[in-house]
Design a protein around this ligand. Sequence first.
Ligand SMILES: N[C@@H](CCC[C@H](N)C(=O)O)C(=O)O
Length: 295
Amino acid sequence: MRHSVSGVPFLKMNGLGNQIIVADMRGRADRVTPAAAIAINDTPGTKFDQIMAIHDPRTPGTANYIEIINSDGTRAQACGNGMRCVVQFLTAEQGRQAFTFETVAGILFGEELEDGMVTVDMGTPKLAWYDIPLAEEFMDTRQIELQIGPIDAPVLHSPSVASMGNPHATFWVNQDVWSYALDRFGPMLENHPIFPERANISIAQVIGRDKMILRTWERGAGLTEACGTAACAAVVNGARTRRTDRKVTVTLPGGDLLIEWREDDHVVLTGPAELEWTGTLDPATGVWTRDEVAA
Ligand SMILES: N[C@@H](CCC[C@H](N)C(=O)O)C(=O)O
């Protein structure tokens, strides 16, 4: 095993194929720099969607402060799949299942279940236009005026928008979600002037009251195999537009997530997390080494 002098332990993990790096920054005052995040993502073998940096707690009663960094070096307020990875790592380390965390978006609760699945209470959605945020006032965020494609035959239009701490737009479609060039439309919609802080862009096909298929172009990361907060936002938007119930299995390219928008307004997500390998990372530069595994 080779460790750089200023290195921190890191784990390459995934949550339904959402590529996650967990960086253990406990006991340190520094942060993973944007330059380091970009360098890690540019290095073969560590292409990722988010880094979940575990810091010492800032607020009594919480286990850790979690900072979330996209692969383009920008900070994100929330990451459902990454939170499941953090819970799984800490459960394996500490032998206890339940944790309360703080993120920039608020306090979250996560727990590893007996069957190995991880459930995270992602808090309450924010639905006012200024909370998402949008650049102009919309009284009803269940359907906003936004379209892409020809004016008389838009390819995607009239999304529902919601914040799960981070901004999401859900475009409802009737045909196969794979028939849309999300790689082409995603960047345009992510950076549309209506979203002053950019947005995560999803295409949703409702299959039944409790089933939905979802693809997401993530702000700051691009096309991903899964986006937990996008699935949460899609179920909130599905329920409040009466397309779905409040408990829905969301099928993402990487697999299924169970999302429940509880009556107490909290959105809870349940799914798997997987450890791939471990290593050491310099959080200032992004230089990393992979631990050697005994044969
Ligand atoms: N993969 C995440 C969402 C990550 C944050 C997003 N890219 C943003 O900038 O808001 C998830 O599982 O929720």
